[in-house]
Design a binder for this molecule. Sequence first.
Ligand SMILES: C[C@](O)(CO)[C@H](O)COP(=O)(O)OP(=O)(O)OC[C@H]1O[C@@H](n2ccc(N)nc2=O)[C@H](O)[C@@H]1O
Ligand SMILES: Nc1ncnc2c1ncn2[C@@H]1O[C@H](COP(=O)(O)OP(=O)(O)OP(=O)(O)O)[C@@H](O)[C@H]1O
Length: 285
Amino acid sequence: MPAQAELVLPAPAKLNLFLHVIGQREDGYHHLQTLFQFLDYSDEIGLACRQDGQIILHTPLAGVEGKDNLLVRAAKRLQEQSGCRLGADLWLNKRLPQGAGLGGGSSDAATVLQGLNRLWQLNLSSEQLAALGLQLGADVPVFIHGKAALAFGVGEQLQPVDLPEPWFVVAVPPVSISTAAVFSDPNLRRNSPKLSADQLLSMPWRNDCEPVVLARYPQVRRALAMLPAQAEFRLTGTGACLFSGFAKKEDADRMLRLFAVELKGFVAKGLNRSPLHHRLKAKGA
Ligand SMILES: C[C@](O)(CO)[C@H](O)COP(=O)(O)OP(=O)(O)OC[C@H]1O[C@@H](n2ccc(N)nc2=O)[C@H](O)[C@@H]1O
Ligand SMILES: Nc1ncnc2c1ncn2[C@@H]1O[C@H](COP(=O)(O)OP(=O)(O)OP(=O)(O)O)[C@@H](O)[C@H]1O
């Protein structure tokens, strides 16, 4: 990160430990029941204040126009809705794969909202930032609140939970998946029963998007077929990544070493609290 960055913050990945689609709204969005956990594996975002009101992203992302980058969209939305006249310089060190079901873009947006709330001294509450973030993506609120949670609605109604913090092996198939394409697939199961929190947490976990993603994306099918049979891997979000949990880091590392050379992956710790919040606290929240 360049020395001009006044704040350097992580934008962590999430996993959907399970994901049920229980219905559809009139606007096309789906009602979900899902369980979010954070990973200690993050993008890194640098922020600095500008007096001239401009929002400048110094690190373009391949394939995404500057104005469409969620960092820029988040900063502009916050500027508009708070009436703030300050601007920002932004830098992104992108580590999370895109279109991967790890929520990278949403996490980037949430980190910019939290970071600029601090730098611009807006003092907006988490509820206000989450409501603003929801306009940018259904996954943004959980990154704002920063606690592992069951999520209902389109993913914005959050009920914090304390989960074990296992190590995860995440396989990254070589494809970027459009969330909208998966949710608009006619074969998507949309009628899973609505269950209580206790039922959801105690039953075997599954992802309703997985059959559709496996049918549409041969790269995910191939990755799943290549994965070692000793562990069960499941899709996160609308993919493309597949993950499996392990109690010990050594076991997760060993599993990653068993991956075929052509299959990329990483090991990361599952977290109940977002590392963004630790960093903000350390800087005097
Ligand atoms: C699949 C998840 O990652 C699970 O956590 C999220 O539901 C997706 O969250 P996201 O990427 O922030 O999604 P958004 O950017 O809000 O929406 C992308 C597209 O996915 C579809 N979408 C998204 C969320 C949802 N509950 N129902 C949907 O049908 C909509 O067609 C939307 O146009
Ligand atoms: N800062 C950003 N980081 C990643 N993607 C971005 C960003 N800004 C815009 N995008 C666009 O958003 C798309 C989805 O990216 P993202 O990595 O968030 O998907 P995802 O991991 O599947 O998310 P989710 O799990 O929320 O569905 C990308 O393909 C890209 O076109």
